[in-house]
Design a protein around this ligand. Structure first.
Ligand code: NAD
Ligand code: UDP
Length: 350
């Protein structure tokens, strides 16, 4: 029934007037665009647990209703299937929201490159629709931007003041330049006094509900290791990334949205512990006890050589820092992937 509603794009109704919410005095009405995805679904769960009313808007391009299994059971949750590139449905555009989170955009390189024009439109036209909604509602707006706006960085680690090194005509540009334009639009709204905005520059984040098929390094390596299949390292594995556990990231996004001071500018959110892709593979092989062999494939075009957030601003303005060590976060992620694998094997056998 829920899926049928979702297919038609109807808001899914609250299931009961009784709520299991905590008794909050500050109950807000929150729109989460992209709420069926990896980060968005965790954000919905956290906001629901905090007693807020959450409307999730998603076209299910890379998201999955299965991520919302827990949320769907809550009376203070609604799902609307919609593509943010299209004008918002009237019934939604006329509603009042206190907060609008924009997470609607594929984040994995193979997925955002699959339809680059749609990715660019999602970043530019989609963000405009959501900014307009926030302005009409008087809602505070948060854009999830990305470390990708720094491109292949020449400054290391990357502070928010660094303007980046992006190839505007390469295969990653639909996303990198799209997000740069989304930031521009968001800060233009702020400058014009059209709304209160926040911009999070998210660095590589991992955890349960990453889609096994999304092509990102943690999802690929963990699923390959669990299935004892060859591990695919792109290039020689010496490129670096800094991996943040999802619970830490969600805490950072909410802290930024709820920051009441003057406009803080863009804020890097990520874990500054940097490692090579080869090291990540070693840790996953060790934690899974896998016998997978490591194979080497061509490095994708414009793949950044290194990436590590300078999070001094997040620490100072939000008093936020990640606390989950990589091994602990990976253990939880591996357990979740293993559970999903067993579940799909059981379903296939049934
Ligand atoms: P994801 O692909 O799991 O989630 C994106 C969600 O947005 C999906 O549910 C998808 O169906 C939905 N979506 C995509 N295009 C849409 C459209 N046009 N209209 C409506 N819904 C649409 O990705 P994620 O990792 O959860 O990323 C969420 C946000 O965080 C994205 O904006 C991404 O750019 C940003 N981000 C994530 C990371 C990361 O490491 N996870 C890093 C940097 C930035
Ligand atoms: N990568 C890899 N094997 C894979 C997937 C990715 O070696 O199966 C590499 C990729 O080339 C990049 C790093 O891992 O250098 C992180 O890739 P991901 O797609 O997760 O994120 P992003 O490139 O956006 O940081």
């Amino acid at each position: 029934l829920l899926a049928a509603h979702a297919q038609r794009g109807d808001p899914l109704p609250a299931r009961s007037t009784e709520t299991s919410m905590r008794n909050v005095t500050d109950r807000k009405s929150v729109l989460v665009a992209g709420g069926a995805g990896f980060l968005g679904s965790h954000l919905c769960d956290r906001l629901l647990a905090d007693g807020h009313h959450v409307v999730c808007l998603d076209n299910l391009q890379t998201g999955d209703l299965a991520n919302l299994e827990q949320a769907m059971k809550k009376p203070n949750f609604e799902f609307v299937r919609h593509d943010v590139v299209d004008p918002l449905p009237v019934r939604l555009a006329e509603r009042r929201f206190d907060r609008v989170y924009d997470l609607a955009c594929a984040a994995s390189p193979p997925q955002y490159q699959a339809d680059p024009e749609h990715t660019m439109l999602t970043c530019v036209v989609g963000v405009t629709h959501l900014l307009q909604l926030a302005q009409r509602s008087g809602a505070r707006f948060l854009l999830t931007s990305t470390s990708e706006i720094y491109g292949d960085p020449e400054v290391h680690p990357q502070p928010e003041t660094y303007r980046g090194n992006v190839n505007p005509i390469g295969p990653r540009a639909c996303y990198d330049e799209g997000k740069r334009a989304a930031e521009t639009l968001t800060f233009d709204y702020d400058r014009a006094g059209r709304g209160e905005v926040r911009v999070a520059r998210i660095f590589n984040t991992y955890g349960p509900r990453l889609s096994a098929a999304d092509g990102r390094v943690v999802s690929n390596v963990v699923s390959q290791a669990l299935a004892d299949q060859p591990i695919t390292v792109f290039g020689d594995g010496s490129q670096t990334r800094s991996f943040c556990y999802v619970d830490d990231m969600i805490g950072g996004l909410i802290a930024l949205m709820e920051h009441d001071g003057p406009q803080p500018g863009p804020i890097n959110l990520g874990n500054p512990v940097e490692m090579t892709v080869s090291r990540l593979v070693e840790v996953v092989l060790d934690l899974t006890g896998s016998s997978s062999e490591v194979t080497y494939q061509t490095l994708p075009i414009d793949d950044p050589r290194r990436r590590r957030p300078d999070i001094a601003r997040a620490a100072e303005v939000l008093d936020w820092r990640p606390t989950t060590p990589l091994e602990e976060g990976l253990r939880r992620t591996i357990d979740w992937f293993d559970g999903e694998r067993l579940r799909s094997e059981r379903d296939a056998a049934a």
